[in-house]
Write a protein of this length. Structure first.
Ligand SMILES: *[C@@H]1O[C@H](CO)[C@@H](O)[C@H](O)[C@H]1NC(C)=O
Ligand SMILES: *[C@@H]1O[C@H](CO)[C@@H](O)[C@H](O)[C@H]1NC(C)=O
Ligand SMILES: *[C@@H]1O[C@H](CO)[C@@H](O)[C@H](O)[C@H]1NC(C)=O
Ligand SMILES: *[C@@H]1O[C@H](CO)[C@@H](O)[C@H](O)[C@H]1NC(C)=O
Ligand SMILES: *[C@@H]1O[C@H](CO)[C@@H](O)[C@H](O)[C@H]1NC(C)=O
Ligand SMILES: *[C@@H]1O[C@H](CO)[C@@H](O)[C@H](O)[C@H]1NC(C)=O
Length: 628
C-alpha cells in the first residue's frame, strides 16, 4: 500500500497582470497603521511570532491523511490583479477514495510592514474560505488556518480538473514591504469504520446544514476577472448577483453566503447616524448608523436576510489587540446558511432564475458571494414542489438620536421576519429507518417536521426564518467597541454598547445547543465575566450584605449576583456565584470567612482522626441552589 503521497503535478498559472487600479480600494492605503512597524535594530535573530485564532479544534478521524500541497505563492503586488490559479484534480494516489474529513490548510509567513488583507479561496467558483491576513512585524510572523471543508465533498472528489483560485489583494511599496508567502495544502482523511460524525452523516436530517450536498453551484463572478470572485456592493441600492439554472431533481437547497465588509463599513456596527455627523461637520466620516442587513432575493423576492457577525480583522480598532491572538472569525470568516427548499417549487422548471444580494444601509464596500448546495434525488429525473406561503415583513427599523455637540445617545431598533412554507415530493431514500417506505419526504431541518416526513408520502415543509430584534446604543461619540452580534444568538456587549437580539425560530440558548452537540451557527461567545468587585452593582450589593458567606450561600443572592454579569454583558453563559469552599460543611469541615483574612477552617484535617470525623455529604446541610 502506497501511503506515501506522490505530489500531483502542480500547475501554477499567473494570468498577465492588469494595470487597472480600482480607485475606491486604494483608499485602504490611507488607513492608519500606527502599529504596523517596529524598530528594526537587533531583531534579526528574533524568531517569527506565531499568530493564531482561538477556535474549536476540527474533529479528525484517526486515519493517516493523504496530503495534497496544491499551491505555493508569494503574494507581493497582487492588488487589483486576477486571482492566482492552480489546477486541482482529486488525489488519485490515496489508498482509499472514501474520505470522512477533508481539511484545507493555509499557512503563511510575512515580514516587514503590511495591512491586514482580505483574501478568498475558490474551487471552480465555489468559495471555500474567506479570511484575512495577520499584520506582520519586522521580525516576521507565521500563522496557519485550518478549515474543515468536508461540506464541499462532492466538489472536492469530482473526477475532473478544476481550478483553485486565490485572491489576496496586497500592495507593496517602500513603506508597506510585507510580502505574504503562502502554502495551501489539502488533507484527505480516509473514512474510519467507527468514525461517527454527525456532521458528515447524510442520514441525520436534524443536523440540517451539516449533511453534504450532491452538487454545489457557485453564485460568484465568472472568469476572466480581476480581484476576488466576490461581488462588490458599494451602496444601499447596489444589487449584485447571478442567473442560475438548477437540475430538476433537487429535493433540498441551502444557500451559503460569504460576507465581509471593508473601508467605510469595516466597523459598520460603530457608525454613527448621519444627522449627528452632519450637525458636527463630520461628513467625511462613515455614517448610515450601526445597522446592516444582507438581503438575498430570488427573482426579485426577498428569501432571506443575514445580520452578519461583527468580525474584527487583525488590524481592526487597535492592531495591538490582535497580537498574537487574532479576533474571533478573522482567520475563518463565518458563512451564513439560508434554507431555500420551500422555494424549490419555483425553481424546478428548468429555467433560469436570478439570485441577488444587497446590503441595507451599505457604504462602500461589501464583498459578497454564495454557494448553492443542492441535494439531488438520485432515482428521479424530476422532483416536484410548491411554495405555499411566503411572508416577508418589511424591515422594521427606527432610529432615535439625542445629542448635543459630540455628546449624545443613539438608539437603533430593528426587526425582521421572513417565513416560508412549501412542499416537495421526491423518491430518494435518505433515512435508513424507513428503507421499506415507497415514497418519502425529507425536507426540513426542523425536528418536528422531520418526524412527519417519515410516514407520509407528502408532507409540508415549514421554515420560519429569523425574526430578530436588535437594540443598539452608543454614547458620547465614542464608538470604540468590539462586540458580537449574530442572528440566533443571545447577545454580547462591551462598555459602550449593548446589543440584544432574539430569534423566534431558535428558543434554546447557543451554549445549551453546543453542549448538546447540536449544529450551531457559530461557537458560543463566553468571556470570563464573573460577578465581582469590578462591578458597581456588585459592590453596592456587597455593602448591603457584607458577609461573603451570606452572599455565596443564600440562594436568592446567588441568583441575583450570578445574573449581574449576564445583565451587563449578556454573554452566552453564566458563571454561578458560589464559593469553592461551600460544600465543605456538608461533609464535616466547618469554616468561616473573615472579612480581611478570608476563609478560616477551624479544624483543618491534620490527622487520621480528623479524617475519620468526616462523613458522607449531607445534602440537607448543603445550600439548595435554585430552591425558592
Ligand atoms: C477518473 O477519470 C479517469 C478518466 O476520465 C479514469 O481513468 C479514472 O479511473 C477515474 N477515477 C476515478 C477514481 O473514478
Ligand atoms: C451605487 O453603486 C452603484 C454601483 O457602483 C452605482 O451604479 C450607483 O450609482 C450607486 N448609487 C448611488 C446612489 O450612489
Ligand atoms: C459646520 O460648518 C458650518 C459651515 O462651514 C459652520 O457654519 C458651522 O458652525 C459648523 N458647525 C460646527 C459644529 O462646527
Ligand atoms: C418592528 O419595528 C417597527 C419600527 O421600529 C415597529 O413599529 C414594530 O412595532 C416592530 N415590530 C416588532 C414585532 O417588534
Ligand atoms: C461633551 O462632553 C465633554 C466631556 O465628556 C465635555 O467637556 C463637553 O462640555 C460636553 N459638550 C457638550 C456640548 O455637552
Ligand atoms: C456622556 O458625557 C456626558 C458629558 O460629558 C457625561 O455627563 C455622561 O456621564 C457621559 N455618559 C456616559 C454613559 O459615559
Amino acid at each position: 500500500m502506497a501511503s506515501a503521497f506522490r505530489p500531483l503535478l502542480l500547475f501554477l498559472l499567473l494570468i498577465p497582470l492588469s494595470v487597472t487600479a480600482n480607485l475606491h480600494k486604494s483608499k485602504t492605503l490611507l488607513k492608519s497603521s500606527l502599529f504596523s512597524s517596529t524598530t528594526t535594530s537587533h531583531l534579526n535573530d528574533t524568531p517569527p511570532t506565531t499568530y493564531f485564532e482561538v477556535t474549536k479544534p476540527i474533529r479528525l478521524p484517526k486515519t493517516q491523511p493523504c496530503v495534497y500541497p496544491i499551491l505555493h505563492h508569494d503574494f507581493g503586488y497582487t492588488y487589483g490583479k486576477p486571482p492566482v490559479l492552480a489546477k486541482y484534480i482529486p488525489p488519485s494516489h490515496c489508498p482509499s477514495h472514501d474520505f470522512s474529513k477533508i481539511v484545507l490548510e493555509w499557512s503563511a509567513t510575512c515580514k516587514g510592514r503590511q495591512f491586514d488583507r482580505i483574501f478568498g479561496i475558490w474551487l471552480d467558483g465555489v468559495e471555500l474560505l474567506r479570511s484575512c491576513t495577520a499584520e506582520p512585524r519586522a521580525t516576521g510572523i507565521v500563522w496557519s488556518v485550518k478549515k474543515d471543508i468536508t461540506r464541499y465533498y462532492s466538489l472536492l472528489v469530482k473526477n475532473q480538473t478544476q481550478s483553485l483560485a486565490v485572491y489576496l489583494g496586497n500592495l507593496v511599496d517602500r513603506t508597506y514591504t510585507g510580502v505574504y508567502h503562502v502554502d495551501i495544502t489539502l488533507y484527505y482523511y480516509p473514512a474510519e469504520k467507527k468514525f461517527n460524525d454527525f456532521e458528515g452523516s447524510s442520514e441525520n436530517l436534524a443536523s440540517g446544514y451539516g449533511s453534504r450536498a450532491d452538487l454545489i453551484l457557485p453564485i460568484s463572478r465568472n472568469f476572466p476577472l480581476n480581484d476576488g470572485l466576490w461581488f462588490e456592493i458599494e451602496n444601499s441600492t447596489d444589487t449584485e448577483g447571478k442567473e442560475i439554472k438548477i437540475p430538476q431533481n433537487v429535493f433540498r437547497a441551502v444557500l451559503e453566503v460569504y460576507v465581509s465588509f471593508h473601508e467605510s463599513d469595516e466597523f459598520w456596527y460603530g457608525n454613527p447616524p448621519n444627522d449627528y455627523l452632519l450637525a458636527n461637520n463630520l461628513t467625511d466620516k462613515p455614517g448610515n448608523g450601526p445597522f446592516r442587513e444582507v438581503v438575498v432575493t430570488l427573482d426579485g423576492n426577498v428569501i432571506g436576510a443575514i445580520w452578519p457577525f461583527t468580525v474584527v480583522y487583525t488590524g481592526g480598532i487597535n492592531p495591538l489587540l490582535w497580537r498574537p491572538i487574532s479576533g474571533i472569525g478573522s482567520f475563518d470568516l463565518p458563512s451564513y446558511d439560508i434554507e431555500i427548499t420551500p422555494f424549490l417549487g419555483n425553481m424546478l422548471d428548468g429555467k433560469t432564475h436570478t439570485l441577488q444580494f444587497r446590503v441595507t444601509n451599505a457604504l462602500n464596500v461589501w464583498y459578497i458571494d454564495a454557494n448553492l448546495h443542492l441535494w439531488l434525488d438520485g432515482k428521479n429525473t424530476y422532483t416536484e414542489g410548491k411554495l405555499l406561503q411566503h411572508q416577508v415583513m418589511p424591515l422594521g427599523i427606527s432610529y432615535s438620536s439625542d445629542f448635543k455637540g459630540l455628546n449624545g445617545t443613539f438608539l437603533t431598533k430593528a426587526n425582521r421576519s421572513i417565513s416560508s412554507t412549501g412542499w416537495l415530493e421526491s423518491n430518494r431514500r435518505l433515512l435508513k429507518s424507513s428503507e421499506h417506505a415507497e415514497r418519502e419526504l425529507h425536507l426540513s431541518p426542523s425536528k418536528s417536521l422531520h418526524k412527519m416526513s417519515l410516514s407520509s408520502p407528502t408532507s409540508f415543509l415549514r421554515l420560519k426564518s429569523r425574526s430578530l430584534n436588535l437594540h443598539l446604543y452608543s454614547n458620547n461619540g465614542s464608538f470604540n467597541g468590539a462586540f458580537v452580534l449574530f442572528p440566533k444568538r443571545a447577545s454580547f456587549n462591551c462598555k459602550k454598547f449593548s446589543v440584544s437580539c432574539s430569534s423566534s425560530s431558535s428558543p434554546d440558548p447557543l451554549l445549551v445547543k453546543a453542549a448538546r452537540g447540536e449544529p450551531i451557527i457559530q461557537p458560543p461567545a463566553w468571556m470570563m465575566h464573573q460577578a465581582g468587585r469590578y462591578m458597581a452593582v456588585y459592590r453596592k450589593l456587597a455593602e448591603k450584605y457584607p458577609s461573603f458567606g451570606e452572599r455565596s450561600e443564600t440562594t436568592d443572592l446567588i441568583v441575583k449576583i450570578s445574573l449581574q454579569p449576564w445583565e451587563a454583558f449578556s454573554p452566552d453563559g453564566v458563571i454561578i456565584f458560589l464559593d469553592i469552599l461551600t460544600p465543605l460543611p456538608a461533609f464535616g469541615v466547618p469554616f468561616d470567612i473573615e472579612q480581611v483574612r478570608g476563609p478560616v477552617i477551624q479544624k483543618p484535617i491534620i490527622s487520621e482522626e480528623c479524617l475519620k470525623a468526616l462523613h458522607p455529604i449531607d445534602l440537607e446541610n448543603f445550600i439548595s441552589l435554585g430552591s425558592p
